[in-house]
Design a protein around this ligand. Sequence first.
Ligand code: ADP
Ligand code: NA
Length: 328
Amino acid sequence: MRVVSGIQPTGNLHLGNYLGAIRQWVDMQHQAESLFFLADLHALTVAIDPKELASNTVEMAATLLACGIDPTKAILFNQARVPAHAELCWLLQGTARMGWLNRMTQWKDKAGKNREGASVGLFTYPVLQAADVLLYQATHVPVGDDQKQHLELARDIATKFNQDFGVELFTLPDPFISAAAPRIMSLRDGTAKMSKSDPSEASRIALVDSDDAIAQKLRKAKSDAGELPATAAELADRPEARNLVTIYAALAGTGVDAVLTEFAGKGFGTFKPALADLAIGVLAPIRERIVNLLDDRTAVAKVLEDGADRARTLAAPTLLAAQQAMGL
Ligand code: ADP
Ligand code: NA
């Protein structure tokens, strides 16, 4: 089993990113050969500030290390340092069809009405994603709902390439759906995803928030006047309450039912401080490790360089085989 997954090096990582993505990576590195990359090439599909991209890349690497990614277990690198990603992407552009990319809902959503003004990269983004995983013969790719269509596309591209050139080169990657990955909602609106793009900072807990900020945001989080019920089913039409219980369960590493067993009949005046204590207990050590790691940015950059060395070695035979299959 070989897992490949990437995340864009944007700043401002939050609790949703941690519980919904990063923590699954930390678990996965113990179960499978794992390659995790910072998708700095993907970041180029929208307007970027070069200085910010460079510092976000190092900060994101520090964050992943602080959350528990172990570079002796997983290969951690940034995409730009492994040129084979861009090279294979170009080779696969001859295989991917315009019609396939036109059907991608993320392209439609992100380009909106301004297709003429969107970058070409925004359109071909899923081809680079296909290259990212096919390059390493990934057997499994962790995907949320929003990425399932892109993984299907990667499989279609791999299938067509193998057929067109009469080779059995690319492994078809399967989705890896982690049962433990919760979807965390905004603290201000229980029906919107917790997101870095939400203009309200009170809507999310950043991984670098102080203990006081964490406690204050949770104290002010939208909830309701009711008591916590005994069963998860009774939270169905109480999105804000359900979100806070989901966060508690995820941080505690238990299920919603176990949390309700503990808190049934209690109100949010009791629950929120307990949640704040729990959140601070998990997040404060991560924050401290991020700060310590960023004291020596060169050392963090070195971890990425080492990872890129290993990734280049793994990528080389597949890129060469693809070139040979195409007569290059
Ligand atoms: P954002 O929505 O803040 O822009 P990204 O789209 O950059 O976050 O997502 C990075 C990773 O974090 C993805 O794997 C995504 O599925 C996960 N993620 C983002 N927001 C949440 C959330 N609110 N709950 C669970 N997982 C999330
Ligand atoms: Na996003």
